[in-house]
Each structure stands twice: as C-alpha cells, then as structure tokens.
Design a binder for this molecule. Structure first.
Ligand code: PBG
Length: 327
C-alpha cells in the first residue's frame, strides 16, 4: 500500500500533539459570574447549582481571593436585592447590592476586573427585564432605566457593563449615558445574541428572577434563528458595543463562529447555569467525568471562535489550563 497522507503522524507524541494544537486558551480570557445577596455572613449554596453560592458582601472576598489565586482576573456581578418593586428601583440605587459590592471590591481587590450585569429582572417584582406597560415590556421607557443602572454601577466602581435585557437600542442609550457622565472609556459588553432559552432555569432560582407571568419571548431571541443573531450582533456593534456575546454557549456554537467571522470586535460566549447544572447532575450520578466534560465544553467554545468564556467553572478551568490539561 502506498499511503503518503497519514494524519496520525501528527498524533503520535504528546509534545507534537501540543505543538500542532489549533486552539489555545489561557485563564486571562475567563470571566466568573457571581451572585451577591443582601444580608450578613451569608454563603448559601444554590440548590440547582451545586458548588455555586450566593454571597453577602462581607463574605464575597473569600471567593474573589480564590479566583485571583487561580488566575481568574474578571468577575461578572449579579445582585439579589432585599426589596423588589415594579420599577426595579434597587437596580440603579447608589446603595444597591451590586453598587455596594463594586465599591468594596474595587477597594479591597483593586486588580480584579469588575463587570456589571445590567438588567431589571432581578430587581422587578414581576421578574421581567424591563418596565411594564400593562403586560408588555415598554422598550423605550426601559432604556432610561438601563442607562441609569449602568451609570450607577460605573460610578460605584464597575470597570465594564454588560446589558443582558435584550431591549432594542440599549447599547446606544447606555453609551450615551456613560459618555454624558464622562465615562468615555468604560467598555460595553453586550449580550447581543441572547436566546429565550430553557438553559437559564437554575439561574432564575439563584437570582429569584423568574417572570411572574408570561415568558421572555417578546425580547429574547427565538432559538430557531441564526441570521437574526448576526443582525443583533452587528446592530450592537453599530451602536457602540465593544464586545458582543452569544448566550447560551454549548448549544449555540454555530453562532459563535458566525458572529466571530462577521463582527469586527471580540466575541464572548456565556456557558449558562443550565449547562453547569447538567454537568454537575450527571457527574454526581457517576455518569460522566466532570473535569473532562467541562474542559471539552470550554475547548469547543474557543474552537468555535470565542475570545472570552464566561463560566461558573472559571476557577476549575484555570486550574486545568495551568496543569496543561487544556490550553
Ligand atoms: C438576566 C440574566 C439571565 C442570565 C444572565 N443574565 C437570566 C435570564 O435572562 O432569564 C442567565 C445566566 C445563566 O443562566 O447562567 N437577564
């Protein structure tokens, strides 16, 4: 047999395999999402996300230091307020939960990069991502509140804001409001292609943010749509988004690639709560190898083209990258 082409030649030795690896990653591209709750001395496990906790502000330092030690240098804060109302007023209050957390973290862990999730759903009594007019989310009215929320987070110490509400025009509204306050250099990472996904279930338990009626399908994207995801991402770039995001990650790798090939900005992918919960549940049942699975999920997101990976496994992934399991 005269076979000249033998792809196995490049797989015969571990040094060589690593030399020809096409996807490289390191912990600097990881972002850890973290839940903060009003109160004192609280570190409570989220039942549908074993190993993930809600922290009161006085205890968040434990986690922040652990992350920094592992080489994870960015966190995304979500707040669970003590009080919710129709207008989500604790989302933009100067003594709101994330505002207090930003101020403290900026002071105590100045090297950590702090990102604020900008949305109303954790703060409204009805659990929708905006201000209601009857049973509809009023797009243009919501923009004012999102802009106020973003400004209040940056004033408190956030380094970047990440709007996740899916209102039309929010990136432009937030950019204008930040610039108006002199925050010309604060980047916006937009949740551009955010789908109306069942993968957010555990997050809604964690953040107590499930909508009280209806669903999010009038603002989050229909899971069937691909061209529309590209449209959303390009619109956000036009409005001034510095980074665009695809969410969830694992079931949407086609869109990570599509957007990466078309949008001239860095791309982020968010491996959401349901992805985490599935891995944990199957691992606890003894059906899969947890570490190998979350490593493979991360590699696939980077291979699809993501520059940034937002994941509840950030610390564990950073460890695996350092040990050379992946990366
Ligand atoms: C807030 C928000 C959600 C998530 C991130 N920001 C929930 C939602 O849209 O219902 C989901 C994150 C996750 O599932 O890990 N709008």
């Amino acid at each position: 047999m005269n076979q000249t082409k033998r792809p196995r030649r490049l797989r015969g030795n571990p040094v060589l395999r690593k030399m020809v690896r096409e996807t490289r990653m390191d912990p600097s591209s990881l972002i850890y999402p973290m839940f903060l709750i009003e109160g004192e001395n609280i570190k409570e496990e989220i039942p549908s996300m074993p190993g993930q906790y809600r922290y009161s502000i006085d205890r968040m330092g434990e986690k922040l230091e652990e992350l920094a030690d592992a080489g994870v240098s960015s966190v995304l804060f979500f707040g669970i307020p003590g009080h919710k109302d129709e207008m989500g007023s604790m989302a933009y209050a100067q003594d709101g939960i994330v505002q207090k957390a930003f101020a403290k973290a900026k002071k105590e862990v100045p090297d950590l990069y702090l990102i604020g999730d900008v949305c109303m759903c954790e703060y409204t009594s009805h659990g929708h991502c905006g201000i209601l007019c009857g049973t509809n989310v009023d797009n243009d009215k919501t923009l004012e509140y999102l802009a106020k929320t973003a400004v209040s987070q940056v004033q408190a110490g956030a380094d970047m804001v990440a709007p996740s509400d899916m209102m039309d025009g929010r990136v432009a509204a937030i950019r204008q409001a930040l610039d108006g306050q002199g925050f010309l250099h604060t980047p916006i990472m937009s949740y551009s292609a955010k789908f109306a996904s069942a993968f957010y279930g555990p997050f809604r338990d964690a953040a107590e943010s499930a909508p009280a009626f209806g669903d999010r399908k009038t603002y989050q994207m229909d899971v069937h749509n691909r061209r529309e995801a590209l449209k959303e991402a390009l619109l956000d770039v036009e409005e001034g988004a510095d980074i665009v995001m695809v969410k969830p990650a694992m079931a949407y790798a086609d869109l990570i690639r599509e957007i990466r090939d078309s949008a001239p900005v860095p791309v982020a992918a968010y491996s959401v709560s349901g992805e985490y919960a599935m891995v944990k549940a199957a691992a606890q049942a003894g059906w899969i190898e947890e570490e190998q699975i979350f490593c493979e999920m991360a590699v696939s997101a980077y291979r699809a083209g993501t520059d940034i990976y937002i994941t509840y496994f950030a610390k564990e992934l950073a460890d695996c990258m350092r040990r050379g399991m992946i990366g």
